[in-house]
Design a protein around this ligand. Structure first.
Ligand code: NAG
Ligand code: NAG
Length: 383
């Protein structure tokens, strides 16, 4: 069991280090002007939910985060834009302002409730199971739903009004694309090495996401995209902590990729049920796992030279990843000069070019089901 012990403690330390880097700088998040094409917007607003893969400023970051596109810390955990930013550009909408900084922004075109470190399962569950780590992000997707309710209330759609689906509520939801980014990857990570099995994590996290989706639908959401988990086994973090004989055909961690794949199957069956319960809503599944796989299979086509190594890290080991020299921390080394050739940015999060490739597969190449065009068409048919 010695190897199991060191495996778990390594995970714990890594988790702590990752969580610690989140609240480091205090720069003011800004929303750059939208430079996208001038196609008329089909959706007038977006609301986003999820974890660090979707967070555009509910947590802070410092350089070199943001170095590629924004050229300043943009409070996104990447060198540049995230999938949600490319979706905003495609819809000719401004980048989504973070909920926690809404007073400094115009929220007419939507708000981002996603927050780095967020779990699918409530924080209480982890506390009860003695999984309490220094710096643990206490937010779950249910907290994000509470934030959304608060936002609705501030904008004249609270309590009784909401039940009646008043005009104010309709104005907030009818024209909106709800983007539920990936959520649940942190849950599996936090539960590793604890007494909580991954089967339990899967069951509880999909239940939690289902509850949130039902609440959004009841509150008037009509167009929802739900992103599954990516191939979590291909991240430098996972490759670093898993035994070297746990690998699949891509050289990624087989058990982790299986786990996220199986999580996605359950999620998709839930979406199928919700489509039957809410036939007037369009609920689209974003196949993050297979999008990641498609890029893994055609790395050269995308101009990638490194699939496993982090661009920004420690200069240690085969993956340029070490928990105590995490990107952005004082012990990290200089980031690679060519992030667009790397799929992975800091060992846990992806580079802008990877997010761009994933967004392109979602929006234009059949990795949304129903497709993005079908979503737009059903939106336009009611205009
Ligand atoms: C927010 O933006 C909308 C549309 O772009 C505009 O009509 C509105 O006046 C703005 N609100 C404020 C408070 O600036
Ligand atoms: C959590 O820790 C407390 C105190 O050590 C112990 O009594 C309790 O049984 C633990 N709970 C679980 C779920 O492991």
């Amino acid at each position: 069991m010695a190897s199991k012990t060191s495996f778990s403690s390594k995970i714990t330390l890594t988790t702590i280090a990752i969580l610690l880097i989140f609240p480091c700088s205090s720069s003011t998040p800004t929303v750059p002007p939208n430079t996208a094409n001038s196609r008329p917007p089909h959706f007038s607003k977006m609301y986003a939910f999820g974890d660090s893969y979707t967070d555009t400023g509910n947590t802070k970051s410092n350089l070199p985060y943001g170095m590629t596109f924004f050229h300043h810390p943009s409070n996104r955990l990447s060198d540049g834009r995230l999938v949600i930013d490319f979706v905003a550009e495609t819809l000719s909408l401004p980048y989504l302002p973070p909920y926690l900084d809404q007073k400094n922004h115009n929220t007419t075109h939507g708000v981002n409730f996603a927050v780095s470190g967020a779990t699918a399962i409530d924080h209480d569950f982890y506390v009860k199971n003695n999984i309490t780590l220094a710096g643990f992000t206490p937010q779950s997707i249910k907290n994000e739903l509470v934030w959304f309710s608060n936002f609705m209330e501030i904008n004249g759609c609270g309590g009784r009004n909401r039940k009646m689906l008043s005009d104010k509520c309709r104005a907030l939801t009818d024209d909106a694309l709800f983007w539920v980014g990936q959520i649940g990857a942190n849950d599996y990570l936090y539960a590793l090495g604890s007494s909580v099995s991954s089967a339990t994590v899967q069951d509880l996290s999909v239940k939690s996401v289902t509850g949130v989706l039902q609440a959004l639908l009841k509150m008037g959401a009509k167009y929802i995209v739900v992103q599954g988990l990516p191939m979590t086994g291909c991240l430098s973090l996972t490759l670093t902590i898993a035994p070297t004989n746990d690998r699949d055909e891509f050289g990624c961690v087989a058990s982790s990729n299986k786990q996220s794949y199986s999580h996605n199957l359950l999620l998709q069956s839930v979406l199928q049920d919700l489509r039957k319960q809410y036939p007037h809503a369009v609920i689209s599944y974003a196949d993050h796992w297979n999008a990641y796989r498609a890029i893994m299979k055609n790395q050269q086509g995308y101009g990638f030279k490194e699939s496993f190594k982090a661009c920004c890290g420690s200069n240690i080991g085969p993956y340029n990843f070490e928990a105590f020299a995490f990107c952005g921390s004082p012990r990290a080394s200089q980031p690679c000069p060519n992030p667009s050739q790397f799929m992975i940015w800091d060992g846990v999060h992806l580079t802008e070019s990877m997010y761009k490739a994933v967004a392109d597969l979602f929006l234009h190449r059949g990795y949304l089901n129903p497709s993005f065009d079908a979503l737009l068409r059903s939106k336009m048919s009611v205009d």
